[in-house]
Design a protein around this ligand. Structure first.
Ligand code: ADP
Ligand code: MG
Length: 633
């Protein structure tokens, strides 16, 4: 039998240290929280090689009095926790008096500190917890902690660390969220000598968002500020266009502390239910402030999960807060759009009863009402298809296409109506195609229905072809052919586009440049978090290309975690989908004829569906139609 032994102090310390100093980002978290507790308003964090070689956190806070510097490194030494009841406060960040001791156990640490009233500062060096040098020196007020060779004495823990760039990414993620929680503190993050971001400390959340997420985010957020029953929720929520395919851009602080909580994420998603596609998640940075008895924070300083005593109440307040923010922002627009059906019905529809559905009872098609009708009736792609494909966003583009009607569109529709009023009825019939043919295989295009389907006749059959599905399939086939033949299919952009990404996104793109170039992207590093896009597999405006790069990066990230077999096809499909003609898009007769001819050639070759498995066309025989009209029984 094995002997029961008491662990040596050194081993016990290393085990305890593992709880607090689990990885470089955890060390940074403790040091930055100490700096914040010390009242600093300028904090600089610098790391090298993912934080394993070196972590340096410098602050301009209170500093530590000369006679207490050594004490700070003792286990359970703290200036913050006085009574056990204090454990339930979460006003200070760390409070177990363990961080410095734990970090010391697994690294070499050097601290330089000076209080405002001291003449000189103190520099203390510790080698795995044991003080090895102490000097006086001239320095500015505040504290700088240098952590070197993290885990060099604990190889077992070292093995659990990820690549340097991944560890650096965790630090980036952590610091960016801390910076978002404290716009009044100027944070600078430097990684391997490169400045990753620097916030100004001007107290404005929007300024921090600008520095971390870029201009589109700073411009695309709506303020949230709402209080009910002692529960306050404030911050910003992103407009629908900032939504992304994962939740990494959702940040919540409860009483000042960054936490993860499903309730608030759910609320935000629910509040955006009809304006964001399924599978996309809204951007937000929210602060929830509430009496401490309403939250149940796990007191372990490294944990970020939080539970609420009364979830339903929090849910309701948060829902109101977010809906209020959205409503305030969209109110004037809503007014314009809700008037449309009434105006239309009173002008052109006197014999009919109003409402959206009535558009189809008229002999004239009202484009606005059709659009509204489509918004409510176009089947959502998720209900139908894409077996085996992970639920990412790109398959739901039909939903994305049905945007709310804008003021300009209303105006267009009204003008169109005026025009129609003064013209004769036969202009509303479908375009007359001169050449009549009896050829059974010839497909005659009759016209476009709902700007989405192409109506055709082929012999004794009536066909409806889905323009998006058909075009997407065609595009997919040609991209795939080029890809398989290893042909280069990128198109150089006239003006290269600079995309500013998030740290993690840029890492993914840079790590998979070979993939991106295989799929026709010509990308270069643009420094900082920027990339320069010089070529792309498809033409499109900046927004389309930006989305495509990000979606592909997201897909690659997913692929690393949960690989799918046909990733190439999946990616090609994503590209073709972005490029394809959308639903609700008017086509000319020539465009329709061209599309139909090529799509039907594909069908003859056996391809009957779009890459997601939706049918390219549906057919009605003459007999079926005759039965509908009771000409035949
Ligand atoms: P805790 O933060 O839980 O008190 P730590 O081990 O992190 O425990 O720190 C021990 C003590 O050292 C703190 O209570 C604080 O008094 C002092 N201290 C640590 N870092 C700083 C800093 N950056 N500025 C001023 N004082 C600090
Ligand atoms: Mg601490």
């Amino acid at each position: 039998m094995k002997q029961i032994r008491v662990l040596s102090q050194a081993v016990a310390d290393q085990i305890a240290a593992g709880e607090v100093a689990e990885r470089p980002s955890a060390v940074v978290k403790e040091l930055v929280e100490n700096a914040m507790d010390a009242g600093a308003d300028r904090i600089t964090v610098e790391i090298q090689k993912g934080g394993v070689d070196c972590i340096r956190v410098a602050d301009n806070g209170s500093g530590i009095p000369e006679d207490q510097v050594e004490t700070a490194f003792l286990r359970h030494a703290t200036s913050k926790l006085v009574e056990i009841d204090d454990l339930y406060r979460i006003s200070t960040m760390g409070f177990r008096g363990e961080a410095l001791a734990s970090i010391c156990a697994v690294a070499q640490v050097e601290m330089i500190t000076k209080t405002a009233d001291a003449e000189e500062g103190i520099c203390l060096e510790l080698n795995h917890g044991v003080p090895s040098r102490r000097d006086k020196l001239a320095c500015s007020n505040g504290t700088t902690v240098l952590v070197k060779n993290l885990f060099a004495n604990v190889p077992a823990r070292m093995k659990f660390l990820k690549k340097d760039s991944t560890e650096a990414g965790y630090v980036y993620d952590l610091l960016s969220r801390i910076a978002l929680s404290r716009p009044d503190i100027a944070f600078t993050y430097i990684c391997d000598g490169k400045e990753m971001f620097a916030t100004s400390g001007d107290g404005k959340l929007e300024s921090v968002i600008l520095k971390i997420y870029g201009l589109d985010h700073a411009k695309g957020v709506l303020p949230v500020d709402y209080t009910e029953d002692n529960i306050q929720i404030c911050g910003v929520i992103g407009k629908p266009e900032l939504a992304r395919g994962n939740r990494t851009r959702q940040t919540l602080f409860v009483n000042g502390r960054y936490v993860k909580n499903h309730v608030i994420a759910k609320v935000a998603e629910e509040a955006f239910r009809n304006s964001i596609m399924v599978g996309r998640f809204p951007f937000f940075v929210l602060q929830l402030n509430l009496p401490k008895e309403l939250v149940d924070v796990n007191v372990h300083p490294a944990k970020t999960e939080v539970k609420f005593a009364n979830e339903k109440q929090i849910y309701d307040v948060a829902y109101h807060a977010i809906r209020n923010a959205l409503y305030t922002a969209t109110e004037p627009k809503k007014d314009e759009t809700t008037k449309i059906p009434q105006r239309n019905t009173s002008k052109t529809n006197s014999g009919n009863h109003g409402g959206y559905g009535s558009a189809f009872k008229q002999d004239r098609v009202d484009p606005v009402a059709v659009r509204s009708y489509l918004e409510n009736t176009i089947p959502k792609a998720e209900e139908k298809n894409e077996e085996g494909l992970p639920k990412t966003t790109y398959v739901f583009r039909d939903v994305e296409e049905t945007k709310p009607v804008t003021a300009e569109e209303v105006l267009d529709a009204l003008l169109e109506q005026e025009e129609q009023k003064s013209t004769t009825a036969e202009q509303m019939t479908f375009p007359q195609v001169k050449e009549e043919t009896t050829n059974e295989t010839h497909i005659r295009v009759i016209g476009q229905v709902f700007d989405t389907y192409i109506l055709c006749q082929q012999g004794e059959t009536m066909l409806l072809i889905d323009q998006h599905a058909a075009h997407e399939r065609l595009r997919f086939e040609s991209l795939r052919e080029a890809y398989l033949k290893k042909e280069h299919f990128s198109q150089m952009l006239l003006t290269p586009i600079v995309l500013s990404l998030e740290y993690q996104e840029k890492q993914t793109v840079m790590e998979h440049l070979d993939y991106f170039s295989k799929f026709g992207f010509v990308i270069e590093d643009f420094g900082g978090n920027g990339i320069l896009l010089q070529g792309a597999p498809i033409s499109g405006d900046e927004g389309v290309l930006r989305d495509l790069v990000l979606e592909l990066a997201e897909a690659l990230q997913m692929q690393m975690k949960h690989p799918i077999a046909d990733f190439e096809e999946y990616a090609l499909d994503m590209i073709s989908c972005k490029y394809a003609i959308k639903a609700n898009h008017k086509l000319t007769l020539t465009e329709m004829q061209d599309l139909v001819q090529r799509a039907c050639a594909l069908e003859d070759g056996g391809v009957k569906t779009c890459p997601h498995g939706r049918p390219l066309r549906v057919e009605f025989s003459k007999i079926e139609i005759e039965k509908l009209f009771k000409r035949r029984v």
